[in-house]
Design a protein. Structure first.
Length: 493
């Protein structure tokens, strides 16, 4: 059992090509050995049958000749009368079954009597017409039979040298042919197996190369693919190659998604740091003023009038409060939209390299943004990503964008999308079919934006719809009570 287990382990440790060659070679050896053995056995049976027929005929002729001289003293004269073949062996028995005469036919010479040792090799053969094989010293192997008729008993045999020679020659020929056939078949099988397994080898090489790629560090740009010729679904190797390519595609997609996530996180962290720095800078001035006036009051009222100090502290506090509230304006609008549209993915991008200040009515501008977000929520399917962003441009404008990756606005509807009572058809699907607008939201947004000296526009293709609001930026000398300050850095909500 241990030896069998060890052999199996050795076999399983070899390559598929080696195992196939060993299996095919073993099968061919077994088949060739079986065919050769069957051929030899059949030929031997045929030759022995022919020899037995000749021995039987010779025995009957000899018995007939011996019956013509029943009273003779055991003579073998019938060997000369019937023209027996050279090498024919004959013997006569007495009534007790003892050999009284035995001789062998020679070429161009009288029969030669057998020696005592040769006669002893013939003892024990009953006169029952059965065939017997005996080895006679000095003469070789014989096929013998004994007959008995009316008290006359004779034994006749023919040499088996010719039969044995033919069988030996047949075995040699079969062995040579089998060896040559196995050699040729083994070579052909090695070539065929190597060629048929070549695609599988290329697939394995691709898998090894991919496994050596630095997948854990995320530095892979393009993984090696299995060649197209090795992805034929009609073959097992092709199926493995196609499956490996699909797996590599999934790996690359996952790596790309991870890189994008890491990059977004890095940008978010960088912008958050910049945002905190800018916010700290904006809040430092009113805090410094408050601290200064408070310090003057602590030192005594002769340095500054208390009423003036309290008014300045109150003004700076109101300014600081306004800055904080302004920072939350766009974020609150997005949070409101998220609360109303839980099936959507809402993102906020406050990517500002400079302060984005506009002069206007805070509530109305908030309404514009809320209308655009509600429009995206109602007219896009669940799972849509909606992103709101703000930026200050070099042209002294503040740009607010609301975009989504939904099905888009039909081209025929785009020219009239900002008109009153314009409603989307079924191609811009409403969220779940549960809500419907009055068709006035975009018209109201257009009117409010125009009243603030700005404009609103839209571009839409399947997979990307973007509303753009442009408002004139406030100058540094403008400080109205309703000043709208949109200050922040990119941060996903």
């Amino acid at each position: 059992m241990n030896l069998l287990t060890r052999n199996r382990g050795r076999l399983h440790g070899r390559s598929l090509r080696t195992r196939l060659l060993l299996f095919i070679s073993a099968t061919l050896v077994v088949v060739c050995a079986a065919m050769s053995l069957i051929t030899v056995l059949v030929q031997r049976a045929y030759l022995l049958g022919d020899l037995d027929d000749r021995v039987g005929n010779a025995a009957e002729r000899s018995l007939g000749g011996a019956q013509h001289h029943p009273d003779s003293d055991g003579g073998l004269g019938f060997l000369m009368e019937n023209g027996h073949a050279v090498g024919t062996l004959a013997a006569r028995y007495d009534d007790k079954g003892t050999i009284i005469a035995a001789a062998v036919v020679r070429q161009d010479a009288p029969p030669r009597n057998l020696t005592a040792a040769q006669r002893a090799a013939l003892a024990g053969i009953a006169a029952d017409s059965a065939m017997h094989t005996r080895t006679v010293p000095g003469l070789g192997t014989y096929r013998l039979t004994a007959l008995d008729s009316k008290g006359v008993r004779v034994l006749v045999g023919l040499p088996m040298d010719d039969v044995q020679g033919m069988i030996s020659g047949l075995v040699a020929v079969e062995a040579a042919v089998a060896l040559a056939g196995l050699t040729v078949a083994g070579c052909l099988c090695a070539v065929v197996v190597r060629r048929q397994l070549r695609p599988l080898g290329r697939v394995a090489a691709t898998a090894v190369e991919v496994s050596r790629s630095p997948l854990g560090r995320g530095e892979v740009t393009a993984l090696t693919r299995v060649p197209e010729r090795d992805t034929d679904p009609g073959s097992e190797a092709g199926q493995v190659g196609a499956a490996l390519n699909r797996m590599i595609d999934h790996v690359e997609s996952s790596l790309a998604e991870r890189r994008r996530g890491e990059e977004q996180m890095r940008r978010s962290e960088e912008r958050m740091r910049r945002f905190l720095a800018d916010a700290s800078h904006e809040l430092r001035t009113p805090l410094a003023s408050i601290a200064g006036y408070a310090e003057l009051m602590n030192r005594g009222t002769d340095r500054i009038e208390p009423g003036l100090a309290w008014r300045r502290i109150t003004a700076e506090s109101a300014r600081m409060t306004g800055l904080v509230e302004d920072l939350l304006l766009l974020a609150e609008a997005v949070w409101d939209a998220r609360a109303a549209g839980t099936g959507h993915e809402w993102q906020l991008q406050l990517s500002l390299d400079a302060p984005a200040l506009v002069v206007g009515d805070e509530a109305r501008l908030h309404q514009v943004l809320a209308n655009l977000l509600a429009n995206a929520r109602m007219h896009t399917p669940v799972g849509t990503t909606v992103t709101a962003s703000v930026e200050a441009t070099a042209a002294r404008t503040v740009v607010i964008r609301v975009r989504d990756d939904g099905p888009g606005i039909p081209p025929a509807l785009l020219p009239t999308v900002f008109e009153r009572f314009t409603r989307a058809d079924a191609s811009r699907a409403r969220a779940g079919g549960k809500e419907g607008g009055s068709g006035l939201g975009l018209a109201i947004a257009t009117a409010i934006t125009g009243a603030h000296g700005g404009r609103i526009d839209v571009t839409s293709v399947p997979g990307r719809t973007e509303f753009t609001i442009e408002l004139p930026a406030a100058t540094t000398t403008e400080h109205p009570p309703a000043e709208l300050a949109l200050r922040a850095r990119t941060a996903p909500v």
